[in-house]
Each structure stands twice: as C-alpha cells, then as structure tokens.
Design a protein around this ligand. Structure first.
Ligand SMILES: Cc1ncc(COP(=O)(O)O)c(C=O)c1O
Length: 381
C-alpha cells in the first residue's frame, strides 16, 4: 500500500553537495583519487587548546543540561566578542545558545514569520535557507543576485519584493556560496526598512579584505546568528548562538526549551575557551585560507577562468563555467566522473546559480593546484 503520510514535505530538497559527495565516495571505492572541493568545512582539526577543555570538562562530568540560553561564561564571552569586534553593547540575556546555528535559524524564522507569511532572502543563498523557511510554513521570496553587480543585494529589488505579508529579511555576510561581503550602505538601508532582519554572520571572522559589519551596528530590530563551526574549526561539536532583540527572548526561550532543552555543557565549556583564548590558532587557519584564496584566484585567472568578482570571505569561489549550455548539476557530476574533482553545482544555491559551480578552498594548496590543472584540461583540451 502506498503511504504518502509525508507528502506535505515532498518539496523539501536535499543538499546537492551531499549527492556529489556520495558519488565521489562511490568512485573512491572503485580506487579513483578524488579532490574534494564540495564541502564548506575547515580541513583543519579543532585547535588543541579547545579540544582539551572539552575533554577535561567531560571528565569533570559537566555532561548535563544547562540553562536553555547557555551557560553564563559562554554568553559573557559572546558579549565580549561583539563589544571588541563591533563596539556593540549586548546583554547575556539577549543570547540563545544551541547545538549549531542551523537549528537556531529555523527557530528564528519560526519565531518571526507566521505560517503563510513571507521572508525575503537572496537567490543565491545557503542551500538550506528556503527549505528551513518552508519547513516552518513560511513562504520564501527570493531576490536575485547577479555576477554583474558583484553579487551585491540590489536594494530596489528588495523594496519591490516587500508585501504586507513580509515579516523578515534573511541575509548572510560573508556569503555562502559567493564569499562576498554585503556593503555597509546596503545594511543601513535594510535596517531603515523597519522589518526584522535575520543576519547570518557565521563567516564574519573569515573576512580577508576590507571590513565586515554586524547587523547589530545598524539596528536592534534583528536576530544575529553565529556559530563556532567555521572560524574555530568546530563543525562536529555543534555549537552556535543567536543574539536578538530583548523583546523576543521570552518566546525564543520557550521554543528552545521545548525543541532542544539546551546545548551540551562540555561543548559550551570548549566554546568559551574558543572565544576567549584560541585567537592565535584560529588566526593562523584564517591566514592559510586567505593564502589558498589568493592562490586559487591566481591559478583560475591563469587558465582563463576568471570568476569576474572578488570573493573576500568564507572559503568559496563561485565560478561561471565556460559551457553555458549545460546544467550545473550535469557539469559537476561530469567533472567528478571524468577528472575526479568534486564541486557543488550552482543550482544548489537557487535558480540564479544555474551556470555556476561553487569551489570550496578548504583544501591544501597542493590539491587546489592539481584541481585547477585538471579543470584546464577538462574545459580547454
Ligand atoms: C551560511 C551558513 N550558515 C549556517 C551554516 C550552518 O552552520 P552550523 O554548523 O552552525 O549549523 C552553514 C554551514 O555550511 C553556512 O554555510
């Protein structure tokens, strides 16, 4: 008997990066050597100073539930970070800590956008944004980003997308998949719209040129999302936080208590050390990413694949490939099969990503070099 009990979620899509990875694994089982440039995950281990605190904390049996918003030390460390980096004064009571920022993004959307109402997001954006909105019953309304504009948000198009049902605007800077930073004027204008902004700042510390801003510098009518996965190389620890308008924390707390109870205590201990003491180690990783970024851009230009814009943050380059007649999923899979380089098809990030592939440079210089040489053969010989 056909059972379509889950049909109402049939429109939720999987991460194509995962599909590429699954195919890459199949090829590896057949003995092929694959260069992995599909994932947005640091290839470095978590700095020792952080892991040690986590291990010690488990040994001390700090393995129970905590306050739903997170332990005081961790929240105080977040307050310090935002004070030092952005000169904004927030209070520990405005912070919610959880097991990664993904669940907090869902919570923020669910909190601000009633089912059936609209949330504006860019077309190009992190693959899960529209899925999370739809899981929460909200309607994603997408504003296109174009290479010709350096992938900047066009504020006239944002204004055109506003309707009486618009309840929030979701931004991400530096951005996945382009690595671009939203300019300050645009953030100021977003704040002036008076609609709550959800600002995903998870890549903010991985900004290699110019200055990155926090939405909190422009308005308190916002939720700022951040997490320790990227800059601190802690993806598998699952630790993230959000900072929000004080009026919303009551509802956010009730939702979080019901959904998550709390983040793990020992993970929060490790996270506190990460925020307070791991800057030298993390800076070194960021410098290494920047070296790879510059190297990748130089090599791509050498072989005639100039991305045509400057990706200044995160660890991604979004590349328009030469053969525009082919779909990005087909191109990614064909590149993987024929030359053993795994990259994410642009369509994973929205319709505006068709014709592009995302290259993650969270891999060694040697592998990046080899991948570009293979791409040269693939496209030009
Ligand atoms: C823009 C963006 N936000 C959030 C996340 C998820 O991070 P977390 O590990 O904190 O759930 C990612 C992961 O790739 C991301 O690229």
């Amino acid at each position: 008997m056909k059972n379509d009990a889950t049909a109402h979620l049939g429109h939720i899509s999987s991460f194509l990066a995962m599909d590429v990875f699954a195919r890459a694994e199949e090829l590896e089982k057949q003995g092929r050597e694959i260069i992995h440039l599909e994932f947005g995950e640091p290839d470095f281990p978590t700095p020792e100073i952080i892991s040690k605190v986590g291990i010690d904390s488990i040994k001390k049996a700090r393995t129970r539930y905590t306050h739903t918003q997170g332990i005081e030390d961790f929240r105080n460390a977040v307050v310090e970070k935002y004070k030092n980096q952005y000169s904004v004064d927030i209070k520990p009571s405005q912070i919610m800590t959880s097991s990664g920022s993904s669940i907090l993004l869902y919570l923020a959307i669910r909190m601000l956008v009633p089912p059936g109402d609209e949330i504006i997001m860019s077309d190009l954006c992190y693959a899960c944004y529209d899925n999370l909105a739809m899981i929460g019953g909200a309607k994603p309304v997408r504003v296109s980003l174009r290479l010709e504009n350096g992938f900047q948000l066009d504020m006239d198009e944002v204004r055109k997308a506003l309707t009486p049902k618009t309840r929030a605007i979701l931004i991400n800077s530096p951005m996945n998949p382009t690595g671009t930073v939203l300019d300050r004027q645009c953030m100021r204008e977003l704040a002036e719209l008076g609609i709550p902004v959800i600002s995903d700042e998870i890549y903010a510390d991985l900004t290699y040129e110019g200055e990155v801003s926090s939405m909190l510098q422009f308005t308190d009518n916002c939720v700022v999302l951040n997490g320790l996965s990227k800059y601190y190389a802690m993806t598998g620890w699952r630790l993230g936080y959000m900072i929000m308008n004080p009026e919303w924390i009551g509802v956010a707390s009730k939702m979080h208590q019901n959904m998550m109870i709390s983040a793990a205590h020992f993970v929060q201990d490790a996270g506190t050390t990460a925020l307070k003491e791991s800057e030298p180690e993390c800076r070194k990783m960021a410098e290494e990413f920047d070296k790879r970024r510059r190297f990748l851009l130089k090599r791509l230009k050498e072989i005639g694949l100039d991305p045509g814009y400057n990706p200044v943050g995160a660890f991604y380059v979004f590349l328009r490939y030469p053969d525009q007649g082919r779909k990005s999923l087909d191109v990614s899979m064909d590149i993987l099969d024929r030359i053993g380089v795994a990259m994410t098809p642009g369509i994973d990030f929205g319709p505006a990503g068709e014709g592009f592939i995302r290259i993650s440079y969270a891999n060694s210089l040697e592998n990046i070099d080899e991948a570009v040489s293979r791409l040269q053969k693939y496209f030009f010989s």
